[in-house]
Ligand binder design. Structure first.
Ligand code: C2O
Ligand code: CU
Ligand code: CU
Length: 542
């Protein structure tokens, strides 16, 4: 069955049919993203010439009153979004990106913010970008019309338990010359979070331009585990890009006049901490790698290869922090916006050159020294208890479909959450302090990483259904048993892979704040084209 057969039932689906037809009428020509001859083939560069860039930690510039209690002072950071030039590879001219300036350094990815659980901080996010965008805006996308300024930004802390006024609502963007100061209470467990742009309709372009960076929350419980730390704890931000031979960034376009949006971008150059094919010197001991998939659309299957074999690595954390116990892995799968920490022991690989890869893409060479300092770190057999949430505690189950719409030429013209556009009234309104089950029925060919702001949740299970029957008749018939979450998904999550052809169920305690947030697919091309919805947490009635 080809893609067309699989999806042609779409038009028969009554509630969404109007959209599918409208889209069909609007799209007449098919084309693939043209890859011009000036696009760099990374295979033509000498790999492993440059060391892996380490990501500098952001410096605070003084203390400011805590907005919740002005008698107390909290650290204040200033981060300015600015164009800057970075060298992704020694054999390439510098690449112009949009990075974050802090303490007079402009960086892509941005400087890492270090925070502690329960200790609030303030961050001023200043938009000091130029007035003209350098990537192809599609003015047909919602919120990106010709009636709004081309360059806009608003920063969201992904995975943060943040009050709504500081969460970076997509429509709260502001223009060059303006800034906003956001308050992050950090009232949550130790975890690897990240900050990134979230501007309505151009989010994929702003992040592709470089507007992302890490935010690490630590706590005493994690510190007590004595995991590898300091220079043995290495953050790795992965993102894929297309580069021209002159080093400049290329964002692909559809070829449809006036409608450059493409359904996904899969670049051929995989950057790690902003570098293409660097190397990393390690000692023969344990390391903790903290990995973010900061790509627009690419999923990774990561492994460390010693010739033909892969090293065992131990997964210890997922999106929202520590797992109950380490998980032995050969490969680590990461969807866009997912994070994972792994501990790797190089002590049996003295003198070796290993390859960190997402087959078939080499990402980085790891060079293990013959000797090093004594390893005093540990990898405990138990990390942090994660109490599984009882399904019976859910006050409500929401059934939500993930839908794709195709043109006559079988080109994706967009996807929706529950057949509903961004601008429709809010439909998901959980009550603060209650727990709900959200189930995602994915009849599309893609796996969509679904992210909810503010909350952390657990994955219950996935169950395969017959997607072609569903697309033809709207009927859901299951064709297999419930599949439990993968071992790496047994901790707290904020982004869940809603697998193609499955009903994926998550259970979500709505805790923290009430107000307006969003939930969306974290494939940024999908998110920008209507695969995002507002949701609102209501205060319980007295
Ligand atoms: Cu990574 Cu809406 O966020
Ligand atoms: Cu988020
Ligand atoms: Cu998606």
């Amino acid at each position: 069955m080809d893609r067309r057969d699989f999806l042609k039932g779409m038009g028969a689906l009554a509630p969404g049919a109007f959209l599918a037809r409208a889209a069909l009428a609007a799209t007449t020509s098919q084309s693939c993203p043209p890859i011009t001859s000036s696009i760099l083939d990374p295979g033509t560069l000498t790999p492993f010439l440059d060391p892996l860039p380490s990501l500098p930690v952001a410096r605070q510039s003084g203390m400011r009153p805590n907005p919740e209690d002005p008698s107390r002072l909290v650290p204040f950071y200033r981060m300015a979004m600015k164009p800057c030039h970075v060298r992704v590879h020694r054999q390439l001219p510098p690449t112009m990106v949009w990075g974050f300036e802090n303490a007079s350094r402009s960086l892509f990815p941005g400087p890492t913010i270090e925070a502690r659980s329960g200790e609030p901080i303030l961050v001023e996010w200043a938009n000091e970008l130029p007035l003209k965008h350098f990537l192809p805006i599609d003015h047909h996308l919602h919120g990106a019309g010709t009636n709004v300024p081309a360059v806009r930004s608003v920063i969201h802390l992904h995975g943060g338990r943040t009050p709504p006024s500081s969460d970076g609502y997509p429509e709260d963007w502001y223009v060059p010359g303006k800034s906003k100061t956001y308050y992050y209470p950090n009232g949550q467990d130790a975890a690897l979070l990240f900050y990134h742009d979230h501007a309505m309709g151009i989010n994929r372009l702003n992040i592709y331009a470089g507007l992302e960076g890490l935010y690490i929350i630590r706590d005493a419980e994690e510190d007590a585990l004595n995991l590898p730390k300091g220079r043995y704890e290495i953050p790795l931000v992965l993102c894929d890009r297309f580069l021209h031979q002159d080093g400049s960034l290329e964002y692909p376009i559809s070829g449809i006049p006036g409608k450059p949006w493409v359904p996904e971008v899969f670049g051929n150059a995989i950057l790690v901490n902003g570098a293409l094919a660097p190397y990393l010197d390690v000692e023969p001991r344990r390391y903790r790698f903290r990995i973010l998939n900061g790509s627009n659309a690419r999923f990774y299957r990561l492994s460390i290869a010693d010739g033909g074999d892969s090293l065992p690595v131990y997964g210890i954390s997922s999106d929202q922090g520590l797992l109950p116990a380490p998980v032995e892995l050969q490969t680590l799968e990461l969807a866009p916006a997912e994070r994972a920490d792994v501990v790797v022991d190089f002590s049996h690989y003295r003198g070796k050159r290993l390859l960190f890869e997402s087959y078939p893409f080499p990402i980085m060479q790891i060079r293990v020294a013959d000797d090093g300092n004594q390893d005093t770190s540990s990898l405990p057999g138990k990390l942090r208890p994660v109490q599984r949430i009882d399904e019976r505690s859910a006050v409500r189950t929401r059934y939500l479909t993930l839908d794709e719409y195709l043109s006559m030429a079988d080109q994706s013209v967009g996807m929706l959450l529950n057949q509903t556009r961004w601008s429709a009234p809010v439909t998901e309104k959980p009550t603060l302090g209650t727990t709900e089950i959200w189930e995602f029925l994915n009849s599309t060919e893609d796996t969509h990483p679904i992210h909810l702001h503010l909350v952390r949740f657990q994955i219950l299970d996935r169950k395969p259904f017959d997607a072609s029957t569903y697309l033809a008749t709207g009927e859901v018939s299951f064709i297999g048993d419930r599949i439990p979450p993968e071992p790496m998904e047994m901790g707290w999550k904020d982004t869940a892979r809603a697998t193609s052809g499955m009903l994926t169920r998550i259970i979500v305690p709505f805790l923290g704040y009430h107000g307006r947030y969003v939930w969306h697919c974290h494939i940024l091309e999908h998110e920008d084209n209507e695969m995002m919805r507002p949701y609102e947490i209501l205060l319980a009635k007295a």
